[in-house]
Design a protein. Structure first.
Length: 147
């Protein structure tokens, strides 16, 4: 998602409650670990102390490229949700999503070459923080939607 200003963005993207005061949410990573050989996923430690873990399956299903975003929009899938089988189709074996390689894109993102041949998604730090799958961030996302 792209927002024209911070006021168009969900409130949980820019502020989170920390003890008794509101602090800005950091979208700059302090440390990034891509576990290619073990297949464990991507770990990011953010400058504000928050830690995020993304499985490779989640990341592939959350691909932010225009092609994947369009497919999600047509199917009604949310970011990170796996594709659903069409009614009446039999499930076929599909290798678990895993990147073959990963590389930084400037100072703002990371890009993966996936084992299914896809490599169009550029995962910006802003995007990754926005879709953080941890319990704390999911609760903040739900609260932002309710309020």
């Amino acid at each position: 998602m792209i927002f024209s200003s911070r006021y168009d963005a969900p409130s949980w993207l820019y502020f989170s409650l920390c003890d008794t005061r509101v602090m800005p949410v950091s979208t700059d990573p302090k440390a990034v670990r891509v576990h290619l050989s073990t297949g464990e996923g991507l770990d990011i430690e953010w400058k504000d102390g928050h830690e995020s873990h993304y499985s490779f399956v989640f990341l592939r299903d959350a691909c932010p490229c225009a092609l994947c975003d369009d497919e999600r929009g047509k199917s009604g899938r949310k970011i990170g949700e796996p594709q659903k089988l069409a009614p009446g189709t039999l499930p076929m074996y599909k290798e678990k999503a895993k990147p073959v390689s990963a590389e930084g894109v400037g100072k703002y993102a990371i890009r993966f070459d996936w084992n299914d041949g896809h490599n169009l998604g550029i995962y910006s730090w802003n995007f990754l923080r926005e879709v953080c799958p941890c319990g704390e961030c999911k609760a903040a996302q739900v609260n932002a939607i309710v309020n």
